[in-house]
Design a protein around this ligand. Structure first.
Ligand SMILES: Cc1ncc(CN)c(N)n1
Length: 221
């Protein structure tokens, strides 16, 4: 089993917990509250800014144009495409997208963003890739499963969100998995352990992010 296959196996219970979080289940049932949708978009817009910066910091650690191009694709995806699922949520909630920009980060989104940025700034290339891997990987899993469950129903109110994440990022994720496997092959057991821990924490933060949106988590003081 490759390093990333091991990661995916270890994270299986977390992927399950995320999929069965009420945010995702109510999204599937088209009953998710307007407040949760709005809180999610506000926080995710800022989180994705941090992800762009994370990718840029990671790029500074690359040694080839091929590696840089892959990270660049990830940045372009966020800048040019990832507003589509946000627009879907805004349309359902009946709010304008631009109205939701500029929010300060709630505790879970703050912690997740800082973890990625700090790892990308001061960690190794492998650590930077590992901490940012749950972001596309978890959403691909959710999108595929939801797409199957709604049987590709285009009239589902969240069809644009579901179909977007069910397909778009797969080729790039596969390239990243191969890349991380190569890095792991050349790393010590201690370095692999650090990548593993960061990946698992990233998965936990994906759960926390949906929970934050669902409960509309804010700083209590
Ligand atoms: C928190 C979070 N994680 C992942 C994704 C999917 N790129 C996202 N939009 N937001």
């Amino acid at each position: 089993m490759s390093f990333t296959q091991d990661l995916r196996k270890e994270a299986e219970p977390l992927f399950e917990k995320i999929y069965y979080h009420p945010f995702i289940q109510e999204l599937k049932d088209e009953t998710l509250s307007k407040e949760a949708l709005i809180h999610y978009v506000k926080q995710d817009y800022e989180y994705l800014n941090a992800m762009i910066q994370t990718r840029a910091l990671t790029m500074a650690k690359c040694s080839s144009r091929k590696e840089m191009a892959l990270l660049n694709e990830g940045i372009s995806f966020i800048l040019n495409d990832e507003s589509h699922p946000h627009h879907n949520f805004c349309d359902v909630a009946g709010v304008g997208y631009e109205e939701l920009h500029g929010e300060s980060l709630a505790p879970a989104a703050h912690h997740y963003s800082q973890l990625m940025l700090q790892t990308a700034a001061s960690g190794t290339l492998g650590e930077a890739l590992a901490v940012a891997l749950p972001c596309p990987w978890v959403y691909l899993d959710i999108g595929k499963r939801l797409y199957e469950e709604i049987q590709g129903n285009k009239r589902h109110i969240f069809y644009p969100w579901i179909s977007f994440y069910g397909a778009q990022e797969e080729p790039r994720i596969n390239k990243t998995l191969e890349w991380l496997d190569k890095i792991a092959e050349q790393s010590t057991a201690k370095e692999c352990e650090s990548m593993r821990k960061l990946f698992m924490t990233g998965c936990r933060m994906e759960y926390m992010f949906f929970d934050m949106a669902y409960t509309q988590q804010k700083w209590p003081v």
